[in-house]
Design a protein around this ligand. Structure first.
Ligand SMILES: [Zn+2]
Length: 166
């Protein structure tokens, strides 16, 4: 009983009939970075996948690099490695695998975005017309998920029946 959801499939509140699918492999990797004990520092990276019409399909992610800033409460991507991986995936996929969003952990059970988080996300979505995902993983249970585009930003509801817990 690891508590890792097998898959997350939810509605996108910014796009009528749009769905967001996060693959089990991605959730499995995320689970490894949960801050389950007091010494674990925040982790983060970017979410990669496909824009299939109005749908977002997360199939891959980057994980922390040694150059990133990792504190007990605070994560900042410093490394170029995240962009390098994103570009490599984009090239290898013939230009269809895309940067879909950002993820990081919080040392709390029910994660809530900080003011710093929201400010960073605003910068990312400011000049984008396509939606971006923002995921925060707490010490247990389902992640906090948000979606933003332009000046719009919404929390994505993750109903229990949209996931399967292993
Ligand atoms: Zn945060």
């Amino acid at each position: 009983m690891s508590g890792v959801p097998l898959v997350i499939l939810v509605s996108n509140p910014l796009i009528r009939d749009g769905r967001i699918l996060i693959e089990p492999d991605v959730l499995g990797v995320l689970d490894r970075f949960r801050q389950r004990d007091l010494s674990t520092r925040e982790a983060g990276g970017i979410l990669l996948g496909y824009r299939r019409g109005i749908h977002l399909h997360v199939v891959d992610l980057t994980t922390p690099h040694s150059n990133d800033t990792r504190r007990r409460t605070g994560f900042h991507r410093e490394s170029n490695e995240h962009q390098r991986v994103a570009l490599a995936r984009w090239s290898a996929s013939g230009g269809v695998m895309d940067y879909l969003g950002e993820w990081h952990t919080h040392p709390e059970r029910a994660p809530v975005p900080s003011a710093i988080d929201r400010n960073e996300w605003k910068v990312i979505v400011a000049d984008r017309t396509t939606p971006m995902l923002f995921l925060i993983l707490g010490t247990m249970g389902l992640p906090w998920l948000g979606v933003g585009a332009r000046m719009q930003f919404e929390r994505v509801q993750i109903p229990d029946q949209s996931t399967k817990i292993s």
